[in-house]
Design a binder for this molecule. Structure first.
Ligand SMILES: [Cu+2]
Length: 269
């Protein structure tokens, strides 16, 4: 009886290869896997180098030379991933990973994630907006921050508004009532492709590390800069585009705001 040794050797080689690969991929954490902690993210909304203040009294100037105030600034953050210094990723369970940040609601600006493996984290990744799956999920599973009654939902489009910025400007045309309104959304469509403004961003902690431990809950102090909506690869002019909602031009605004987040500092206490 002849045995063809080539397939046997190939099988052994593949076995060894797969074994060594899984060894390489196993997490290299120096922490007890049972140690868990929490981590907070503070979303500090600013306009350039100034604090964001709602209401008509506070005026800012964009790159188009237009003055504006801000009445509403709301956005969704979802699908959060933390990456540690060994490149291990912790994916926050999806059901606990949707947050609506509202400038008018102080409590909404600090989110806390629980049950995170102890570790030294160096970056955070998240989606600005709501992923397409959740946009189309049975409405009974869209509660809390995702309740369509929050005003961040287009019933006619079955889709979430990812980011809403409204205010007043002397440069807004009269037929816009002295106001500008940017309601940006679009998850790519259900049956046919539509505008897709889902943006996923990674913010590095630079030389800082968030040290999640049972006894330490780090706070990532993040700045979100409204000015970046106006000043980016597209210079947004309120006079030319006072109202942008579900329209092709929204892609430019979403591109601009995908650069609005920046980790300013971290508190490890
Ligand atoms: Cu701080």
């Amino acid at each position: 009886m002849k045995i063809n040794t080539i397939p046997v050797l190939t099988a052994i080689a593949l076995f060894l290869l797969s074994f060594s690969c899984s060894e390489d991929n196993s997490p290299t954490s120096e922490f007890d896997p049972s140690e868990k902690g929490s981590l907070s993210v503070e979303f500090d909304n600013v306009v350039g180098n100034r604090n964001l203040q709602l209401g008509g009294q506070q005026n800012y100037t964009n790159a188009a030379g237009e003055t504006f105030s801000v009445d509403i600034f709301d956005y969704y953050i979802s699908n959060i991933i933390l990456t540690d210094k060994n490149n291990n990723q912790y994916i926050v369970p999806q059901d606990s990973s949707y947050f609506l940040i509202q400038e008018s609601e102080r409590a909404s600006q600090e989110i806390t994630l629980h049950n995170i493996p102890a570790g030294n984290y160096t970056s955070i990744t998240f989606t600005i907006g709501v992923d397409s799956l959740r946009n189309t999920m049975d409405v009974g599973r869209r509660t809390g921050a995702l309740d369509p009654a929050t005003g961040m939902y287009w019933a006619w489009n079955s889709g979430y508004i990812f980011l809403k910025l409204e205010g007043k400007s002397a440069q807004a045309p009269d037929d816009a009532g002295g106001k500008y309104r940017y309601h940006i959304g679009g998850f790519g469509g259900m049956t046919e492709p539509t505008i897709n403004n889902i943006k996923t961003v990674t913010c590095s902690f630079g030389s800082s590390v968030a040290t999640v431990r049972t006894a330490i809950t780090p706070t990532i102090h993040m700045l979100a800069d409204v000015m970046k909506l106006f000043n980016g690869s597209t210079t947004l002019s309120i006079a030319q585009n006072p109202t942008v909602m579900f329209a092709p031009f929204s892609v430019n605004i979403a591109d601009n705001y995908s650069h609005m987040f920046n980790v300013d500092h971290i508190h490890n206490d």
